[in-house]
Design a protein around this ligand. Sequence first.
Ligand SMILES: Nc1nc2c(ncn2[C@@H]2O[C@H](COP(=O)(O)OP(=O)(O)OP(=O)(O)O)[C@@H](O)[C@H]2O)c(=O)[nH]1
Ligand SMILES: Nc1ncnc2c1ncn2[C@@H]1O[C@H](COP(=O)(O)OP(=O)(O)O)[C@@H](O)[C@H]1O
Ligand SMILES: [Mg+2]
Length: 182
Amino acid sequence: MLLTARRLSKVLQLTLAVIKPDAVAHPVMLEALHQRILDNNFVIVKCKDLVWRRQDSERFYAEHSGRFFFQRLVEFMSSGPMRAYLLAREDAIRHWRELMGPTKVFRARYTAPESIRGQFGLSDTRNTTHGSDSIESARREIDFFFPDFCMEEWMDKEEPLFRSGQIHYDDQKQIHTLSTQS
Ligand SMILES: Nc1nc2c(ncn2[C@@H]2O[C@H](COP(=O)(O)OP(=O)(O)OP(=O)(O)O)[C@@H](O)[C@H]2O)c(=O)[nH]1
Ligand SMILES: Nc1ncnc2c1ncn2[C@@H]1O[C@H](COP(=O)(O)OP(=O)(O)O)[C@@H](O)[C@H]1O
Ligand SMILES: [Mg+2]
């Protein structure tokens, strides 16, 4: 029955999530956020730690150049290690954005105290996480962080297998793999 239910479940959606330098700097917070991802039934397809140069930060957030916070955002996002995730689940984009909570931490603390930003955010810029805000953004952002990953191929070949539940969580690599691959 479960298998049938799984087979009938909605197609998995991909989204790009980032744990920002303010949280990566604190191993306990980083671990808590990683666990939050697992607890919310996200499949971790890919995960990598990286540091941006200033120009990477400017390119990724180009849509915000000219806003009053752009310089502090660019400096902050290239100030230290980040962790990038390629996540999959039903309605991944919306669900991760809901888990993050409002962009502005000072608002999140009042309107969404259980959210990631409400709980861990330091300020409106240093707000702990990023998440794609649309299917188009997810495509661009996945390509930005994981240029060798082919979304079409994954959706065609791997998504049905991940959706059918043949999943194994690799504690070492901290990602999910297909049971047949383990
Ligand atoms: N609309 C608007 N909001 C501003 C402006 N300057 C600051 N803010 C808001 O007020 C918040 C606090 O401003 P700051 O004190 O500069 O920020 P901070 O506490 O140093 O923290 P960061 O946002 O990480 O720099 C910002 O995160 C913005 O949301 C501004 O010129 N216009
Ligand atoms: N008013 C603001 N003050 C300070 N930083 C901001 C502000 N608005 C946005 N930012 C920073 O710019 C990033 C991108 O902004 P935006 O795309 O609007 O939010 P989100 O990250 O929730 O999609 C935010 O995550 C935050 O780090
Ligand atoms: Mg955004």
